[in-house]
Ligand binder design. Structure first.
Ligand SMILES: [Zn+2]
Length: 271
């Protein structure tokens, strides 16, 4: 059985409604993820916000030096609803330049902030193709209070020449939720997550997910996130079980899952 975990890090700030709060210490938190990956001899993909690449150059250099893939997450973490084709093109060129100023690498991957690639913003694939992106992991294929594309389906699909790898969902009662992704991974019991991961492997499906620096930041001050549409419930979930994230990731690894960069998965899917 091929147990593949398309773990990834979305390298971004905690974007709060008010700006004067204690920031997540990005370099330090990134270092914790790098140590975890090194311990398991695993390479992954970092989807990086361009303005942070400009701010934390040496952290980005460390990531690249360890052999991880650098990919785009827009320049300033804005939802795709706020762009048109011209402004997205400009933004992504800036995002790529910021990454290339840190390391001499090819950039072929993209993730839309807040999984905001939906039926309405699917014009973005033409822009991605034009700029040479090979893949995107930007779709939440279900109903969601924020963004979502329920009709997309669970399997990777070519969209205007770009392979979209939707975030992997599993069903828990009436909910379909991303199981290998920050908030859900932190909130759900490990027994359920473990079972869902194994079910994916049995079905021959990799688990595509994402984590953030704040998912392991236990010291962060409580503030309202800009990304939850004003919902106090969703906001409180952003803080649940942050201290358990790493331990739960260790359980996934102990279960025999292998982490690989999205780029390698895309290359292997093409052959
Ligand atoms: Zn993000």
């Amino acid at each position: 059985m091929n147990k593949i975990f398309l773990f990834s890090i979305d390298l971004e700030e905690f974007y709060a409604v008010r700006s004067n709060f204690r920031r997540t210490p990005l370099p330090h938190l990134t270092e914790s993820y790098l140590e975890f990956l090194k311990r398991h001899n695993a390479k992954t993909t970092f989807f990086i916000v361009g303005e942070l690449a400009e701010q934390f150059k040496s952290t980005i250099r460390d990531i690249a030096a360890e052999g991880h893939e650098l990919a785009c997450h827009t320049f300033a973490h804005r939802s795709l609803d706020q762009y048109n084709a011209t402004s997205l093109r400009e933004d992504l060129l800036r995002n790529m330049e910021a990454l290339r100023n840190c390391a001499d690498v090819d950039i072929v991957g993209f993730r839309a902030p807040i999984l905001s690639l939906t039926e309405r913003t699917q014009w973005a694939y033409d822009v991605l193709a034009e700029l040479g992106f090979k893949y995107s992991c930007s779709v939440l294929p279900s109903e969601n209070p924020l963004h979502g594309w329920p009709g997309f389906g669970n399997k990777p699909k070519m969209m205007s020449g770009v392979l979209e790898i939707p975030v992997t969902l599993a069903r828990f009662m009436w909910l379909r939720v991303p199981i290998g992704a920050g908030t859900y991974f932190r909130c759900l019991p490990m027994s359920l997550i473990g079972r869902a991961f194994r079910r994916c492997a049995e079905d021959g499906v990799p688990v595509a997910g994402y984590f953030h620096p704040y998912d392991i930041d236990t010291g962060q001050e409580r503030v309202m996130s800009r990304g939850v549409g004003g919902s106090r419930t969703l906001n409180s979930l952003l803080y649940v079980n942050r201290g358990r994230t790493m331990r739960k990731l260790e359980v996934v690894m102990a279960d025999g899952f292998r982490i690989m960069p999205y780029r390698d998965f895309v290359d292997s899917a093409a052959t």
